[in-house]
Write a protein that binds this ligand. Structure first.
Ligand SMILES: NC(=O)c1ccc[n+]([C@@H]2O[C@H](COP(=O)([O-])OP(=O)(O)OC[C@H]3O[C@@H](n4cnc5c(N)ncnc54)[C@H](OP(=O)(O)O)[C@@H]3O)[C@@H](O)[C@H]2O)c1
Length: 333
């Protein structure tokens, strides 16, 4: 079966997804009988649209050499569509949103109303509009999948949404932001907060504007999404978030003396989500790029899921897995 895909966003994750689609084309065909035909790609400069399918290698070359898709004028038409127009105007089965557009929920709804399934790695639409979006997807009987929004490709969403269906989740405790883990780990080695943050930026782990990570906003979005999946809708505005900016070298050191580490921990219980730095030991004391979630349920007890929490290949793993899942759902497989 051939599945027509609109790719919105051609930044780090969008290009990583394109690379997987190129490299594993034969695998998808052999293993699932699936061919993904990317009919449009959008960045903020414009939308390239070719119903017969875009050459992804060329798209990568253009974006990597010229920085914008609108530079691609010889072979393809570049349209000046807003995302809303793009999802309305073009024929496709799936819309893959790998933008950082905070207002993307509006065009997610539009796409669902147009009969298109959604796959996304973009957190704010879910952290603020989960109920509406899932309601529309269920009403339209279309996939709305978002594995890569939390813990990159580590399938915590899949476990909560598709497994444990007879369990009652009691609580989730999780470390969901790798940048803060990096900074706190550096502080354990005697580096002060400012220098640890600068190192994270130099290594490309933290963004130039690091506030989303260090203030706990990113972890807060993810914790909100976990609550939505495990317990039902809640919005980011209803949760309590404290970042790591006030953590001192002394606190980190005193925790270490007690055999503990300070990590930015999300605690998710029904109707109650908080994110704050806490002293932890055991599975929550992750280091490096890893994220971890400890899911407590009535029947299974404690389930620990640990794996990559960021990275491009790792995030593409979550996005592409959702694309396959959605495509197989469309075929009724
Ligand atoms: N990087 C990770 O490890 C990771 C992990 C999990 C989730 N995510 C999420 O995945 C998304 C993408 O991340 P990223 O690292 O790829 O970000 P990025 O490199 O900044 O890419 C964002 C892309 O979205 C495009 N874009 C933004 N608004 C748009 C709009 N209204 N219409 C069309 N295109 C638009 C940008 O266009 P221009 O190229 O023209 O700027 C860019 O191509 C974000 O929501 C991020 O939070 C990232």
């Amino acid at each position: 079966m051939e599945v027509k895909v609109q790719l919105l966003g051609f930044g780090n994750v969008g290009r990583a997804v394109a690379r997987v689609l190129i490299e594993k084309k034969a695998f998808f065909k052999r293993r699932y009988g699936l061919t993904f035909r990317v009919v449009s790609i959008s960045d903020r400069s414009g939308t390239v649209w070719l119903p017969e399918g875009i050459d992804l290698r060329e798209a990568l070359l253009i974006k990597e050499n010229f920085g914008k898709l609108s530079a691609w004028t010889n072979d393809y038409e570049v349209y000046n569509f807003s995302p809303r127009e793009a999802v309305r105007e073009m024929d496709a089965d799936l819309v893959v949103d790998v933008t950082n557009d905070k207002n993307a929920w509006e065009w997610h709804l539009e796409a669902l109303r147009e009969g298109k399934g959604i796959i996304t790695s973009n957190k704010p639409p879910l952290a603020f509009h989960y109920g509406e979006l899932i309601g529309e997807a269920e009403h339209s009987d279309l996939p709305y999948l978002f594995e890569a929004t939390v813990m990159a490709g580590t399938p915590v969403i899949g476990i909560l949404r598709e497994n444990l269906l007879g369990d009652t989740v009691k609580r989730i405790r999780a470390v969901l932001n790798a940048t803060t883990t990096f900074i706190l780990s550096r502080m354990e080695q005697g580096v002060d907060f400012e220098r640890a943050l600068r190192q994270a930026q130099e290594l490309g782990i933290a963004e130039r504007d690091p506030s989303g990570d260090i203030l706990g906003i990113d972890a807060g979005y993810k914790a909100t999404i976990l609550h939505c999946v495990a317990f039902g809708p809640i919005t980011y505005d209803e949760i309590v978030v404290r970042g790591i900016t006030e953590v001192t070298a002394g606190e980190v050191e005193r925790a270490l003396v007690r055999g503990k580490r300070i990590r930015l921990v999300a605690t998710v219980e029904e109707g109650n989500v908080r994110v704050s730095p806490e002293e932890v030991s055991g599975p929550l004391a992750v280091s490096s790029n890893e994220n971890v979630a400890v899911i407590e349920t009535d029947l299974l007890g404690e389930l620990v899921i640990k794996g990559a929490g960021a990275g491009l290949k790792e995030t593409a793993s979550g996005v592409v897995s959702d694309m396959v899942k959605a495509a197989l759902g469309l075929t009724g497989a």
